[in-house]
Design a binder for this molecule. Structure first.
Ligand code: ADP
Ligand code: MG
Length: 288
């Protein structure tokens, strides 16, 4: 009888937007005490729109700043890149060629455009490389910001906004009702993370984390006795997903993430995670 109940549950869960790749993951879902959520595309819609272009140096204008950034971003699949490329398209700007493109893991991109070394990077990258934060830096709480560097000069920044998914608040609330803590873990900046976590009533947030730090964070929580589920979409998330007690790959993310995870969240809807847990609890109650 046991396998039958589980088989039925697994089929049902597929209908609810979940792909359970191994039965242990489903069985263990009722033991979860903490869920670590990634932000972009899971708790938020994952569609960035350029909201502001701010100049920090007189050498370039707004169009030139985003034109240079777009040269790099055409080589990236990050949602930030998609947002910047959309804006450039709207402005009917022709994207120049970039050479020696390199992704700076979890922090940005760099390349050479018309002989100039250009970087498009996170505030965390600037701190790490000892750049002084510009006075004109006034991005608001809900904005993601990327800085454009020409050689070693801060030329300006591009602010982008994403929206919280309408289902996220209810998902977090359901988890809270089940005594499950929710933590936001993101490579995005502190302000954005604080704002999303507060809006959704999450227990805490950790921002500006680099890919390897995600793994460390999961270990740390496990060391405190937490049974940890984690969501993620990127190649970068794979080690942390593997370390978590239950790895949940989100939506149309990377194949590597999906391979590593025990569960795939097909519609990227955080409410499906809450359903899964309630469902797991109900299923295994029946079997006792
Ligand atoms: P998350 O944890 O939300 O998935 P990532 O690790 O993908 O975040 O990215 C962290 C940060 O690195 C972004 O918020 C951004 O500042 C910077 N970044 C990453 N990729 C790019 C890119 N293609 N262009 C500009 N900035 C990027
Ligand atoms: Mg990501």
């Amino acid at each position: 009888a046991v396998p039958l109940v589980v088989a039925k549950s697994t089929a049902l869960s597929a209908k609810h937007g979940l792909l359970i790749k191994n039965r242990t993951a489903f069985e263990n879902s009722r033991k979860i005490t903490t869920i670590v959520f990634d932000k972009t595309g899971t708790l938020t819609v994952g569609k960035f729109e350029v909201s502001k272009i701010v100049l920090l140096d007189k050498g370039v204008d707004e169009k030139e700043l985003i034109r240079l950034a777009s040269a790099l971003e055409q080589n990236s699949e990050h949602p930030i890149a998609t947002g910047i490329l959309q804006k450039v398209k709207d402005l009917k700007i022709t994207i120049p060629k970039a050479e020696n493109f390199k992704a700076i893991t979890g922090q940005g991109v760099e390349a050479t455009v018309a002989g100039k070394k250009i970087r498009v990077v996170s505030p965390g990258y600037l701190k790490e490389h000892k750049f002084t934060m510009p006075d004109g830096f006034t991005a608001n709480d809900s904005e993601t910001v990327v800085f454009v560097l020409i050689y070693n000069k801060l030329a300006g920044y591009i602010a982008l906004s994403d929206k919280i998914r309408p289902e996220s608040a209810e998902a977090i609330k359901t988890l809270k009702d089940e005594n499950i803590k929710s933590i936001l873990l993101t490579g995005d900046n502190n302000k954005v993370a604080a704002s999303v976590s507060k809006t959704l009533g999450m227990d805490s947030f950790i921002a500006e984390v680099l890919p390897h730090q995600k793994l460390e964070k999961i270990k740390e929580l496990q060391g405190k006795g937490e049974f940890v589920a984690m969501t993620g979409d990127g190649v970068n998330d794979a080690p942390a997903l593997a370390q978590a007690d239950i790895g949940i790959a989100v939506g149309s993310g990377s194949d590597i993430a999906a391979e590593t995870a025990g569960i795939v969240l097909v519609n990227s809807n955080p409410k499906d995670i809450a359903s899964l847990i309630l469902f797991g609890k109900a299923t295994y109650r029946k079997m006792v």
